[in-house]
Design a binder for this molecule. Structure first.
Ligand code: GTP
Ligand code: MG
Length: 404
């Protein structure tokens, strides 16, 4: 379970909707993720509210009756913020604030807040700050931005724990300043990437918390921060890795998430360039997560947005040690077999049918099938290498011929 440290958690409630596209089960799974995000941001979820609706109310997102319920609860339970699972328009946010008289945060605001807390280098900080101010600008007339300035908390943090500025003119100036800074940084990063020479570039990509950094640590002997919270990694780490005698560059980068705010995709351009310029993607998946197929779809969608969907890709299904499935009793003739009943072997068959040898099943933590993983990476990197540098062909034997 989640380990809770002894810091003051801000009390929060979650609000989600159940629609035609998003049934009750999906809605619950999304709220589970939102709760994990809230916890990562420093909040404690006290209650969840859901409402069935065709389309969200244009003024207040949820209906009047439901809103009264939330209001009652907020009043009597010392709630610091109400967090919505979807992106609210600036006017919806303002209207709801007026009704509930507390901080209203949407999914985008929450993710931005986590990024702000986690940004370590000045480079990541600049990217997050730019995204935050772009998000904030149309929302500056809201109540809590002024009320909460003194109090801080979720949604009010800038990178490096400084509070974000909420004066419109200052925000505009900041945005243009940060844009200029980004241009300089982008150039520096491009030069840095160019300096790395002729090595093949491999990028770990995947949903947040799937084990990318753990895998990086396993095969590169490096020490990248890995943690059971979302977005443990914001800065890209690049390591030179040698398998057999074949050197290549491996990068570990920011994890993706459903509805990754567009502001972040834009301002993380430089970070994502690492993916864009990679020769090979290792798409890491947490197969023990009930929603892993959705995760794959979200990641593929973002890869499409950054024009990297057609790259050579190996699917790496991680956390097989934690995989479990539902079972059907042998005398139960009614229950139909669904994906929830798939055994690991069923999944292997499914994915190997689709991807051939480009689907691997491993446990980074238990170092299970890591040799198979290394062999696959070696083989693919070698193929790319000898296509690019044919005169080097003799340097690298087949993996089986290595005596490591
Ligand atoms: N059970 C199990 N847990 C794992 C495995 N690999 C990683 N984890 C755990 O999953 C959590 C997330 O691991 P990270 O390596 O930080 O994941 P990440 O993909 O880098 O996450 P972000 O940087 O947040 O996007 C940590 O608690 C790891 O210990 C595995 O093979 N099995
Ligand atoms: Mg990581």
């Amino acid at each position: 379970m989640l380990e809770k440290k002894t810091i003051a958690y801000e009390r929060a409630v979650l609000v989600g909707v159940i629609t035609k596209e998003q049934d009750e089960t999906k809605s619950k799974e999304y709220l589970d993720e939102l709760e994990f995000l809230t916890y990562t941001a420093g909040g404690e979820v006290v209650k969840r509210f859901t409402q069935k609706m065709e389309i969200p109310n244009p003024k207040t997102f949820i209906g009047t009756g439901k809103m009264e319920e939330v209001e009652q609860f907020v009043k009597t339970n010392d709630i610091g913020s109400v967090i919505f699972d979807d992106e609210l328009s600036p006017s919806q946010q303002k209207n709801i604030e007026r009704l509930l008289k507390c901080k209203i945060i949407d999914r985008t605001g929450l993710i931005l807040d986590i990024f702000a807390q986690r940004a370590q280098t000045s480079y990541a900080r600049t990217q997050v700050e730019l995204a935050q101010y772009q998000y904030l600008l149309p929302r500056l007339t809201g109540l809590w931005t002024h009320l909460e300035r003194q109090r801080g908390g979720i949604g009010m943090r800038g990178p490096g724990e400084t509070e974000i500025e909420t004066d419109r003119r200052i925000v505009r100036d900041k945005i243009s300043l940060l844009r200029k800074k980004m241009v300089t940084i982008d150039k520096q990063m491009a030069v840095q990437r160019g300096n790395r020479g002729a090595l093949i570039r491999v990028a770990l990509v995947g949903y947040t918390n799937v084990g990318k950094s753990t895998l990086m640590n396993v095969i590169s002997k490096s020490d990248v921060f890995a943690e059971n919270k979302l977005f443990a990694t914001l800065d890209t780490t690049v390591r030179k890795v040698v398998i057999g005698n074949l050197p290549f560059l491996l990068s570990d980068t920011v994890g993706f998430i459903r509805k990754l705010p567009t502001q972040l995709v834009d301002s993380f351009k430089s970070t994502l360039d690492e993916v864009r310029e990679a020769d090979l993607l290792l798409h890491v998946v947490d197969i023990s997560h009930p929603n892993f197929e959705d995760h794959i779809a979200s990641v593929n969608k973002i890869l499409g947005e950054i024009k990297s969907a057609d790259k050579p890709t190996v699917m790496v299904f991680n956390k097989i040690d934690a995989y479990s499935h539902e079972t059907i009793d042998s005398d139960d003739l009614v229950t139909e077999k669904t994906k929830a009943h798939y055994t690991l072997d069923d999944w292997k068959r499914t994915w190997m049918n689709a991807m051939g040898e480009n689907a691997l099943f491993i446990s980074a933590i238990n170092k299970e099938n890591i040799d198979e993983f290394k062999r696959k990476v070696y083989t693919v990197v070698r193929e790319i290498h000898v296509t690019r540098f044919p005169y080097n062909n003799f340097l690298y034997p087949d993996y089986e011929e290595l005596d490591s």
